[in-house]
Write a new protein. Sequence first.
Length: 155
Amino acid sequence: MTDFAYQYPYVPLATRLRRGKVMLSLPIRKGEGRSIRPWLHDELGDRAQMSFNYGTKCWEVGRAHLGAARDAIVERYGVCDVDTESAVSQMFQCDERCQEAEGPDCTCSCGGEFHGEANTSHRWVRVGDTTLISRTSATEIRRRRYIRADLGAFS
C-alpha cells in the first residue's frame, strides 16, 4: 500500500487507491467527539458501510461513495483534498541506432533518454527498419482540492 504524506493536518483528505476502500482523513474539532460517524451515516445513507481504521486513523467507505463523501466534507469543512491513484500508460519511441550508439551525438526522438542503452527495462518492439517503440504503464497519484463556493480561494 502506498504511504501518503498528509501535509495539511487541518484539511480533510479523501484517498482512493486503485484497489480497496476510500480512506477519509477528517480533522476532529474540539467538542466534536464521536459525532463524525452519525454525520457520515446521514450523508452517505443507510446502505453505506463505513468503519474507522485505528491503524491509519482514517474512516473507510466504499468506492462508490467517494463523490457523496467529498461533497459532504466540502459542505462541512469548506475544503477537501482528494488523492486518486490511477494507471497511466506512456509510449516511448526510439531508434535502434540511438540505443547502440557510443558517442555523445543523438538526434533521435527520445531526446537522448535511451542513448547508448540497448538493454533498458523497456520491452522494445521494432516497427520499421530501425524504429523501436515501447509502451509502459506506471501508477500516478493526483491531488485535487475542492472548495466550498462561498469561501472563494482557500489560503
